[in-house]
Design a protein around this ligand. Structure first.
Ligand code: AR6
Length: 168
């Protein structure tokens, strides 16, 4: 990846080709960042989820829908492991970032914004969630040029920034 930056704010306002959603296996919306993306993007996202993912999506996998009313053209949905439910295989979280980058690359996206997958309701320890995000994105061999990690709160933002600085 050529550039990785930390952003403090709401992923739904990012002007990038694709934003990544931390979804669940059912792929029919939810709370957290998933809820925010469906609200901001409008009903076209759910319609596309139903049409393209009739049986949902496996943990660690990724797939795309329209961005609907979002500034982003696409939403790349991925399903993180639920730490709180005992899914603690780190490779599943690594796979979310790898697969999302692959899907975005196949779409021809040049810029992408990620939330901290699994770091909310799913309870993945924040420091490790950040480490996985930064290491996996930096190591990716993709056409994508601009990747961002969007942190919702100030302390997470600072931690992402520090991690990028030490990993770059
Ligand atoms: N922009 C950027 N980051 C956000 C936003 C936002 N608008 N809103 C929340 N975050 P979570 P998970 C951060 O819980 O842990 C949903 O119900 C949040 O602070 O959204 O993967 C799904 O449907 C945290 O750092 O996702 C699933 O059922 C990060 O996004 C389940 O939650 C992820 O928090 C997925 O849980």
């Amino acid at each position: 990846m050529s550039t990785l930056t930390a952003v403090h704010g709401d992923i739904t306002t990012q002007r990038v080709d694709a934003i990544v959603n931390a979804a669940n296996n059912a792929m029919r919306g939810g709370g957290g960042v998933d809820g925010a993306i469906h609200r901001a993007g409008g009903p076209a996202i759910l319609q596309d989820c139903i049409a393209r993912f009739p049986r949902g999506l496996a943990t660690g996998d990724a797939g795309w829908t329209t961005g609907g009313d979002l500034p982003a053209r696409w939403v790349v949905h991925t399903v993180g492991p639920n730490w709180n439910a005992g899914q603690r295989d780190r490779e599943l979280l690594v796979s979310c970032y790898r697969r999302a980058l692959q899907v975005a690359d196949e779409l021809g996206a040049r810029s992408i914004a990620f939330p901290l997958i699994s770091a909310g309701v799913y309870g993945w320890p924040r420091e490790d969630a950040i480490q996985v995000a930064v290491d996996t994105i930096l190591a990716a061999e993709v056409q994508l040029e601009d990747a961002r990690i969007v942190a919702f709160d100030e302390s997470a933002f600072r931690a992402v920034q520090a991690s990028i600085r030490s990993g770059a």
